[in-house]
Design a protein around this ligand. Structure first.
Ligand code: PMV
Length: 325
């Protein structure tokens, strides 16, 4: 009744933004990500007869009420699949800087899904685990797999076909992903609320939906051909389009701070001098810069000189979920 699993976080190159079903976490569009080797969650789940409610320990302290409720709701979905009423102790260590606004929900829910299902003796295939992880946090369905991963939005109302799959193993194309930390505070609007508001109020959201399939096709073909420039161009454009939809929301959502804009300008400037690098930004102020490994040190040095940059961490494509005995 006890198991431990580890999952890496992932960065979307083609973003998921907007749900068509809030309860089942069904997305409005397909998305594509790279699982990163640098940031992960290690989670132990133990179900016992003794507990009267679920217990949570995150990084050695009790999580917030909000976290506990989210995790308990998620465990109930797994309890329903396994046909049990038992409560669990969840102990999670995240080496993801959550306070700095890095998405930790992807690694967190992927590791939790894997550990909880294993603890209950469910022997699931990766697809089934991906469907379960999705119902904790959409982006978690992609962290089940390593390397380059696509999340198919699916069409079924029950979400059985809204599942991620691996496109390319992590060892097959080594790119460098530089994770920059610019803002130490927590993000202002959760991705859950941000996407809901955008779907409901932004006049630009339809433009997003009209073009995201093309972006995804372009990114898949660039990955297949290992065409870095093509991948970088479509990735950067897709990220800026997602942020443009949010700027059109009422009230508007702006995740950037001055360091974010400084990095964007710096990367565009570097490109004009012939250095191939591209950026992408999730629902927060931090920026991820993607480059070929041979340019890593030079770009890192330039980024570290920027006023608004606190830290730059090198990541590479990483593996999918694993179990720890
Ligand atoms: O799954 P969530 O709630 O962490 O939302 C993820 C949203 C983005 O990070 C902005 C995009 C993505 O596809 O990961």
């Amino acid at each position: 009744m006890k198991a431990t699993a580890r999952a890496n976080t992932n960065i979307a190159l083609i973003k998921y933004w907007g749900k068509r079903d809030e309860k089942l976490f069904l997305p409005m569009n397909r998305s594509l990500s790279i699982t990163l080797d640098g940031f992960y969650s290690t989670t132990t789940v133990e179900f016992t007869e003794e507990l009267k409610e679920d217990k949570l320990i995150i990084n050695e302290s009790p999580g917030s009420n909000e976290d506990r409720n989210k995790i308990s709701d998620f465990l109930t979905k797994i309890r329903n699949v396994a046909g049990t009423n038992l409560y669990a102790t969840v102990t999670s260590e995240n080496n993801v800087p959550t306070a700095a606004g890095f998405a930790s929900s992807a690694s967190g829910f992927a590791a939790l899904a894997a550990a909880a299902t294993k603890a209950l003796g469910l022997d699931l295939k990766d697809e089934d685990l991906s469907v379960i992880a999705r119902q904790g946090s959409g982006s978690a369905c992609r962290s089940i797999y390593g390397g380059y991963v696509e999340w198919d939005m699916g069409t079924r109302a029950d979400g059985r076909d809204s599942v991620a799959k691996q496109l390319l193993d992590e060892k097959e194309w080594k790119l460098t992903i530089l994770s920059t930390i610019v803002a130490p505070e927590r993000k202002k609007v959760s991705s859950r609320d941000g996407m809901k508001r955008t779907v409901e109020t932004s006049p630009y959201y339809q433009g997003w939906l009209n073009t995201v399939s093309y972006d995804l096709m372009e990114a898949k073909s660039a990955i297949k051909e290992r065409d870095f420039q093509r991948l970088g161009e479509v990735m950067e454009s897709n990220s800026l389009k997602m942020h443009a939809t949010m700027l059109g929301a009422r009230p508007p959502i702006l995740y950037w701070d001055s360091g974010t804009v400084e990095i964007m300008n710096c990367i565009m400037q570097l490109r004009s001098t012939g250095i191939p690098a591209y950026f992408t930004i999730d629902a927060g102020a931090n920026v991820k810069v993607i480059c070929l490994p041979e340019y890593e040190e030079e770009i890192k040095r330039v980024l570290m000189e920027l006023k608004g940059v606190l830290q730059v961490i090198s990541c590479y494509p990483g593996k999918g979920v694993s179990y720890i005995e």
